[in-house]
Write a protein that binds this ligand. Structure first.
Ligand SMILES: C[S@@+](CC[C@H](N)C(=O)[O-])C[C@H]1O[C@@H](n2cnc3c(N)ncnc32)[C@H](O)[C@@H]1O
Length: 330
């Protein structure tokens, strides 16, 4: 009922998408030899949607001399293959290379958008505040740019999965730039505030796709009502910790896999207000609307988001939901 009011005539198709099998992307592991696997994927008609978007940005810059240079905000080191719109072919499981590292990681391709929006630059100190099980951490490492990556998650059992992913995909010498911790992210300020160039705050949310399909431990179950009602507060506290962990001039990307404005735009608005009034920190929301143009061949975007961008599930491109919004600590 709530989402039909928010999304109006779009809701039936979003709902159908949520009720059908989701689509995956194959994030290539740059730490493996890739010639063979890229050939195999291209023979199957899959394409790297990140490099396609980079080419598109370069073409439109050539034509229109857009300023600022928008393609610069996309890391071309990240490679993720998807099947074309309407093609529901599935990827086979990843295989290990001769050194035992897996050659790709299957994930909702929309989950890469927050990482691309963060735009990690060489030697950046990066914090992934809610990192487990680790899909986005892995993508951050694929940029090859992290000077240091702090991957934190409150759940010890989920950080075990994160460590396992790092072990399966990342060579030992690169793993040395990563520190894995299990703190409550809300306390991060006490551990080291104002030290990171880039912070990803991928918060716990109502995980809408999971919630419509899975009975097990469902966040909409009566016994989890209180926890569900408290989510926006927890999200706000985590985002505030993320802002405080960022250096002046640094960037924060906030993301959820929910369609709910209460967990998305409202959290952003409150955080900007609290940063200003309680901490005297000025934060501004960056425009990411060029993402909509660049990635429209792969994802369906909601065009009425007040702040940030939202990928809507759609039967022909069944990724998301994924909300992401980029903030700059001025
Ligand atoms: C959406 S998931 C993160 C997914 C992850 N970024 C990825 O791409 O694989 C949200 C995570 O937040 C963690 N979490 C919940 N409360 C937290 C807190 N107070 N501090 C840090 N992490 C928290 C949960 O354990 C969960 O793993």
């Amino acid at each position: 009922m709530n989402y039909s009011l928010q999304l109006k005539e779009l809701w039936p198709s979003v709902r159908a998408g949520l009720l059908c099998e989701q689509k995956y992307g194959a994030l290539l592991n740059n730490f493996c030899p890739l010639d063979h696997i890229t050939q195999e994927l291209e023979l199957l008609n899959a394409t790297d949607f990140v490099s396609e978007a980079c080419k598109k940005a370069q073409r439109s810059q050539g034509k229109a001399k857009m300023s600022p240079p928008r393609h610069a905000s996309i890391s071309s080191n990240i490679k993720c293959y998807t099947f074309p719109r309407g093609d529901i072919t599935r990827f086979r499981p990843a295989r290990p290379d001769i050194l035992g590292l897996l050659n790709y990681y299957l994930m909702d391709a929309a989950s890469l958008l927050p990482v691309l929006a963060l735009n990690v630059q060489p030697d950046d100190f990066v914090l992934d505040l809610c990192a487990a099980p680790g899909g986005k951490t892995l993508a951050l490492l694929q940029t090859g740019a992290c000077g240091h990556l702090a991957a934190n998650d409150i759940s010890i059992c989920r950080t075990k999965r994160l460590r396992q992913i790092l072990y399966n995909y990342i060579p030992t010498e690169i793993r040395e730039v990563v520190s894995v911790t299990s703190y409550d992210g809300r306390d991060w300020e006490q551990l080291g505030g104002g030290t990171f160039h880039k912070v990803l705050v991928d918060v716990p949310c109502t995980t809408d796709r999971h919630s419509v399909m899975e009975e097990d431990n469902n966040i909409f179950h009566k016994r989890r009502t209180k926890e569900r009602q408290m989510l926006p507060m927890l999200q706000l506290q985590l985002l505030m910790a993320g802002i405080l962990a960022t250096k002046p001039g640094g960037k924060v990307v906030y993301s959820t896999c929910s369609l709910s404005p209460l967990q998305n735009e409202h959290v952003i608005e409150r955080a900007v207000e609290i940063a200003e009034t309680q901490f005297n920190i000025s934060v501004h929301v960056e425009d990411l609307s060029h993402f909509r143009t660049l990635f429209q061949d792969t994802f369906s975007f909601f065009s009425d988001c007040r702040l940030g961008e939202l990928v809507l599930p759609h039967l022909t491109a069944n990724f998301g939901p994924m909300y992401f919004c980029k903030l700059c600590r001025v």
